[in-house]
Design a protein around this ligand. Structure first.
Ligand code: SF4
Length: 500
């Protein structure tokens, strides 16, 4: 069969496009329409699994960037990996814009479609042709194809693509906004698809040894969740007295690291939403522990859990745990935070940051996360609630804004619209993704680093106050925008014309 021959299996793929609904398919339209559209299609089984992995409610709609960005980012950050999108041009425009805004410096592939190619099944043929063209083993270890909302709803069957071409792995995933609620969980979709592929390769026979593993025979702890690079080094130092080392960070940066992750002795679920990755590690027989070494108490609990899971001697665990607790307590006391704070985000690490804030002395009132409650963040939630913090999973933007208005914090940490809302009220605020996620959080380094950025922001309050008084009344009511006699007329205001 040549790459342009129709695959007999594709005959079963009969996409339906609901052109008469009048309801725009996409995140600006009805996700229920797309879900209904997808019902019974080739990828229904995948959507059913997503419903279990990423439970929704009460908030089940993306209120931030397109969720597929999470998968795209994982693909773009991986060496020798080509990433191709299949979806509406407007979605792809937004996704490529965001990728390059975050410094992807890599090409995003795109297979466009129109009503005809979607309805006739030609889109699948176009996708297949594109992977054949891209699958050059001199350039790539893997080619990733991501079905966005419309191709997923139409059942474009990526599972019918060849699993490998010229030794290049072909990985097709569906990442619709109506099945994967956040971009955080979309990272899980692609990372798990890669782990599954690598697990199959390992089961089939010997695989290439991950670089740098020969010299170090200590048990490794794979780190599940994108973390600031220094945090991986800190965790490695925390593990050394227990006779272990930090393994690869998943999502990985190269294919061989997947083998190393699957070969680890233990998996630390640092970010709690990696449900599908958890399934792959569990299938590989690896134990998984939740939470992270954050703050004095969090680090002590985590070291105990890791030490026990690795079978380290109890006296060594206790000695190391107590030494770290003392060191981190000293670091926290040297860098206290004295402020009322609300915290929200969509990265999945919000509860960990919340724990460190509380230990640092902050009067933390609210933690909102767009991610769901899972067994891996249950302990963090319990700890925060025991310290008087309201924790809201699948928090909507309205929940987060309401918390800012209700608690009147000295500092609001949140997503872009939350930060904007707080600043309009003259309240200092910090963008979670750029300013909180992008710094060390773990162990002794986390305590000093977080308080520095928080206290600097709080100390800016006087500047906010002077800006607010300088711009008092500007941009509100009839002082907003440009008023002409016509617009004033339409708004029912008295105009100079009428006065004359
Ligand atoms: S692919 Fe993303 S941007 Fe496009 S409709 Fe779906 S959720 Fe919205």
């Amino acid at each position: 069969m040549t790459m342009s021959d129709p695959d007999p299996a594709v005959q079963d793929y009969i996409p339906v496009v609901n052109e008469d609904s009048g309801d725009a398919p996409g995140c600006g339209g009805s996700s229920r329409l797309l879900r209904d559209e997808a019902a019974g299609k080739a990828n229904q089984e995948i959507l059913d699994q997503y419903a279990k992995d990423y439970p929704v409610g009460p908030h089940d709609q993306p209120q931030s960037m397109c969720p597929a960005f999470g998968s795209l980012r994982v693909g773009l950050r991986m060496r020798r990996t080509a990433t191709v999108l299949s979806g509406s041009a407007c979605c792809v425009y937004g996704l490529t814009f965001t990728s390059h805004f975050y410094g992807a410096r890599r090409t995003v592939g795109y297979v466009p479609f129109d009503s005809e190619t979607l309805v006739t099944g030609k889109l699948f043929e176009d996708i297949r042709e594109s992977v054949h063209i891209l699958a050059d083993p001199d350039k790539y270890d893997a080619v990733v194809i991501i079905n966005l909302c419309v191709p997923t709803a139409s059942g474009v069957p990526l599972d019918l693509l060849p699993k490998s071409i010229n030794g290049v792995r072909i990985i097709g995933i569906d990442v619709p906004g109506f099945g994967v609620p956040t971009h955080a969980e979309a990272k899980d979709v692609l990372a798990a698809a890669m782990l599954k592929y690598a697990r199959t390769e390992i089961a089939a026979g010997p695989v290439a040894r991950p670089s740098g593993t020969e010299a170090d025979s200590k048990p490794a702890v794979a780190l599940l969740g994108e973390i600031f690079p220094v945090d991986a080094i800190i965790i490695d130092k925390l593990l050394a007295p227990l006779g272990a080392s930090a393994g690869p960070v998943v999502p990985t940066r190269e294919w061989r690291e997947l083998y190393a992750a699957l070969d680890s002795s233990l998996v630390a679920m640092l970010h709690p939403f990696y449900s599908a990755c958890n399934r792959e590690f569990t299938a590989a027989g690896k134990p998984v522990i939740g939470s992270a070494p954050v703050g004095a108490e969090g680090t002590a609990e985590w070291l105990e859990a890791v030490g026990s899971a690795l079978g380290a001697p109890a006296d060594i665990i206790a000695k190391h745990r107590d030494a770290m607790r003392t060191a981190i307590t000293s670091a926290i006391q040297a860098n206290p935070i004295k402020a009322r704070i609300t915290l929200s985000g969509y990265e999945g690490s919000e509860l960990l940051v919340g724990r460190l804030l509380v230990e640092s002395g902050a009067d933390l009132r609210y933690v909102g996360s767009a991610c769901p409650a899972t067994r891996w963040n249950a302990r963090d939630r319990e700890w925060l609630e025991a310290h008087g913090v309201t924790v809201k999973f699948r928090a909507s933007l309205e929940d987060d804004l309401c918390a800012v208005d209700a608690f009147e914090p000295d500092l609001a940490i949140g997503t872009t619209p939350v930060v904007q809302h707080a600043k309009q009220q003259g309240t200092p605020s910090l963008y979670f993704t750029n300013l909180i996620s992008a710094r060390p959080l773990m162990g002794p380094a986390g305590a000093g680093s977080l308080s520095q950025v928080i206290n600097t922001a709080i100390n800016n309050k006087a500047r906010f106050d002077s800006m607010e008084s300088f711009f008092e009344g500007v941009g509100k009511g009839d002082s907003a925008g440009v008023w002409t006699e016509d617009t004033a007329d339409r708004a029912g205001l008295v105009t100079p014309r009428e006065v004359a």
